[in-house]
Design a protein around this ligand. Structure first.
Ligand code: ADP
Ligand code: MG
Length: 393
């Protein structure tokens, strides 16, 4: 998705006030009635209407008059709110080119004041229309009006909390810098997704290292659940970094065995196909530690899970509750069933990667402050995630 942050420079304090008013209204309205926006924003002399027109022009809002006259945020509008908050906090000062696009996210480079480049992941968990999901299942009953806002934010919170905890336990993951709304800021990983790597100096060693990660995660009580060549980065020294954590589950999950085996199988399959590894000898020494394997040489989930640590429980206690976890799991299962229906595509438009190669936008830091509360981080020093906004229902 194109993220033209140029408009950010020209948006006034009133523009952001109205944009925030729509966001607030979306806590309990799918389409926020225009009068309600006006009431929340409480600008003088009916200024809201003029501002709404401007925001509409910049595709930050979507106008809907089918049932009543009202507005909702577009992805771009939500992106702007998160970006502005981060800029105000001094997390970064400029947005650069897009470096990744997934079904559920867009990744950009961002630059700090001192020129350090970080990665910004904008979660798009609602990219698949929730209407399709909703008609099939009855979950998220109480939050249907702001599904994509709520769920993209939940995915970001989860990713940040997991990245931080995994980093603290010496897993090779990006450094978790900050999060706000649906946006996670992390260190930029040098290297490429494994899927792009055609040759390795030492495929056996890399294979063991990667398989070792799946095993070590399980030993800590966790399963990645999307552990494949797209979510493993590898640098020139063949050092491995894993990314993309919104779908992780505990080894206590009812389908844990299946998820674990699937992650393991992914690694075997990829290395067999891409690097012709034969696996004739079972890897009983995986990344330096002894692991029980089954008759096919696959690490044995039940024996690992028996002695598993409790990182899953630490995370559950860190502010990412069981309820949050359940919501996100249901959503991910639901998305797999749902048809593609990108309702935002009309609003913000899709473009090829080359078009997304935008020049750095500096001067974003001259933007006005949003709200006092936006100054502090959503995630405190312990990585605890503050519960606010849409989660309070
Ligand atoms: P998704 O959930 O959409 O799959 P990912 O977190 O897997 O999102 O990121 C998509 C792509 O963006 C990755 O395959 C990778 O190429 C790139 N990417 C993600 N995070 C980083 C990072 N921290 N540094 C460098 N590239 C990254
Ligand atoms: Mg991914």
């Amino acid at each position: 998705m194109k993220l033209d942050v140029n408009a950010l420079r020209y948006l006034s304090k009133d523009d952001f006030r109205v944009l925030t008013a729509v966001e607030m209204g979306m806590r309990n309205h799918e389409i926020v009635p225009t009068e309600l926006v006006d009431r929340i924003a409480s600008l003088k002399h009916g200024g809201t209407y003029k501002v709404l027109k401007n925001l509409l022009k910049h595709k930050l809002l979507h106008h809907d008059s089918s049932k009543y006259d009202g507005f909702r945020l577009t992805y771009l509008g939500y992106d702007f709110l998160a970006i502005k908050t981060m800029v105000n906090r001094g997390v970064f000062a400029a947005v650069g080119r897009q470096i990744g696009v997934g079904k559920e996210s867009d990744i950009f480079e961002v630059a700090t004041e001192d020129g350090t480049i970080l990665a910004m992941k904008l979660h798009r968990l609602g990219r698949v229309s929730f209407r399709a999901v909703k008609s099939k299942r009855d979950y998220l009953r109480h939050r249907t009006s702001y599904n994509w806002l709520y769920l993209s934010r939940l995915a970001a919170l989860k990713e940040f909390a997991f990245m931080k905890a995994l980093g603290e336990h010496d897993f090779p993951v990006p450094r978790a810098v900050d999060c706000n709304r649906h946006c996670v800021i992390m260190s930029l990983v040098q290297g490429y997704p494994l899927v792009q790597v055609k040759q390795l100096q030492n495929p056996d060693m890399v294979f063991e290292r990667i398989l070792g990660l799946v095993v070590r995660l399980a030993e800590h009580g966790l399963i990645h659940c999307d552990f494949n060549e797209f979510n493993i980065m590898i640098d020139d020294d063949e050092k491995v970094t894993m990314i993309d954590f919104p779908q992780m589950v505990s080894v206590d999950h009812r389908n844990a065995q299946m998820y674990f085996d699937r992650d393991v199988e992914c690694v075997f399959k990829f290395f067999r196909k891409r690097f012709n590894l034969s696996f004739e000898e079972s890897p009983d020494d995986i990344d330096g530690s002894e692991v029980e394997t089954d008759e096919n040489g696959r690490p044995c989930f039940s024996s690992i899970a028996k002695g598993a640590g409790s990182l899953d429980k630490e995370l559950a206690a860190s502010g990412f509750s069981r309820k949050d976890q359940e919501d996100i799991e249901k959503l991910i299962e639901g998305e797999k069933d749902a048809d593609w229906d990108d309702e935002e595509s009309e609003d913000v438009g899709h473009s090829s990667n080359s078009e997304l190669n935008e020049s750095y936008i500096s001067g974003v830091d001259s933007l006005h402050l949003l709200e006092q509360q936006e100054q502090s981080s959503d995630c405190d020093k312990e990585g605890r995630v503050e519960k606010n906004q849409q989660n309070s229902e």
